[in-house]
Design a protein around this ligand. Structure first.
Ligand code: NAD
Ligand code: DAU
Length: 340
């Protein structure tokens, strides 16, 4: 399979490309990425030697650049587009929604237009459980739960999902949408809860827990998410939507305490700070459809996955340092400055 992957220099895209190239010798990947503050081409610097010559190509570019996207999609007979590229951090979308609307909405439509013109056989949209909004103490999101996004980030992702749906209904494009819960694992940018807390705990800095810390997320190891996306790519129904979760609902405060225990650091580092505006209280996923139609089931337990992730960050402190650009430090100062 020849795949055009967007956003492959980010957390999930990097893990997906490594999994897709590593599982067989028949897959070839072109990675189109703008390299924003969250993108790191060095994540795949070893791809040529590890997976063999000609199997991985990096193209530096913006998915909103219609001429460039047309050139890239028209340059080779791709079997599918797998679209990860996005502005992905909820807190940043609260500070400034514009890049989210540009990349997540306009960028998605630009890719859809180019894929349709090039007659690319399949298009996979990597989406999120956040499009469904927030749950009460009971129940779980299914694919038929109405979309009710609460942050500018999740609203931009929901808009993109609807554009993908429209491309299927209007032009008959073969599309699949995947919606996944909170990922963790190697190469995650240290603005998201788990790598942020590891990074700060290692430096004995206070750990900012929003509000009471009783918000619940369903944690999934990134490798399980990437396996799910490969299944959706290969077996998903045209026009289908599939939920993926890790079956590991945990309150944030419990996750932070587990990290401190794994790192041998004291709970006195925890600081309850001003909550995130519009903070969703609970997410949980019903993955029955993905299990029945695709044969999906998560392989990692949360405890094993978290221990493995902590080990990865301890062994890659140089990676954390290398992704912390000036833009990272500016955002951290502005967002947490008033909270801590
Ligand atoms: P990330 O922020 O780590 O990476 C995003 C990548 O997209 C970066 O490499 C960045 O350079 C690239 N990018 C951003 N704007 C671009 C543009 N205009 N043109 C080309 N490239 C651009 O994000 P992630 O956590 O790896 O998330 C990947 C996808 O998965 C996103 O679509 C996100 O909404 C979705 N998702 C993430 C999670 C999660 O827990 N992280 C869960 C469900 C779904
Ligand atoms: O659910 C899927 C989504 O998960 C993805 O679509 C997003 O791209 C991804 O960023 C993630 O969104 P969250 O907002 O859930 O992830 P984040 O790691 O930012 O926060 C996880 C929880 O931890 C959330 O309830 C907010 C809380 N939190 C986060 C940070 C950064 C804190 O309490 N303190 C913090 O400093």
């Amino acid at each position: 399979m020849l795949l055009l992957v967007t956003g492959g220099c980010g957390f999930i895209g990097t893990n997906f490309i490594r999994l897709a190239l590593g599982r067989d010798r028949e897959t070839t990947v072109v990675n189109l990425d703008k390299v924003t503050y969250a993108g790191n081409p060095a994540n795949l610097a070893d791809a040529e030697t590890r997976f063999g010559p000609g199997r991985y190509t990096f193209v530096h570019g913006d998915i909103c650049d219609a001429a460039l996207v047309r050139d890239v999609i028209g340059s080779r007979p791709f079997d599918a587009v797998v679209h990860f590229a996005a502005e992905s951090h909820v807190d940043r979308s609260i500070s400034d929604a514009t890049p989210f609307v540009m990349t997540n909405v306009l960028g998605t439509q630009t890719l859809l237009d180019a894929a349709r013109q090039a007659k690319t056989p399949r298009y996979v949209q990597v989406s999120t459980d956040e499009v469904y909004g927030s749950l009460g103490p009971e129940g779980a999101f299914s694919e038929s739960t109405p979309l009710a996004p609460n942050s500018p980030y999740s609203a931009s992702k929901a808009a993109a999902d609807l554009l993908v749906r429209a491309a299927h209904e209007t032009y008959g494009m073969d599309v699949v949408v995947t919606r996944c819960s909170n990922n963790y694992g190697p190469y995650q940018f240290p603005e998201k809860l788990i790598p942020l807390m590891i990074r700060r705990a290692l430096r004995d800095e206070p750990l900012p827990v929003y509000g009471d810390g009783m918000q619940v997320r369903d944690w999934i190891h990134v490798e399980d998410h990437c396996r799910g996306i490969l299944l959706a790519l290969e077996k998903g129904r045209p026009g289908g939507v599939y939920n993926f979760g890790g079956g590991a609902e945990r309150p944030n405060i419990a996750v932070v305490k587990s990290l401190l225990a794994a790192l041998g650091k004291p709970e006195s580092l925890i600081r309850h700070v001003q909550d995130r505006p519009g903070h969703d209280r609970r997410y949980a996923m019903n993955c029955t459809l993905a299990s029945a139609e695709l044969g999906y089931s998560p392989q990692w337990s949360f405890e094993q996955g978290l221990a493995d992730t902590v080990r990865w960050y301890l062994e890659h402190e140089d990676w954390i340092a290398s992704v912390e650009s000036g833009a990272y430090r500016d955002f951290m100062r502005a967002w947490y400055g008033e909270r801590l």
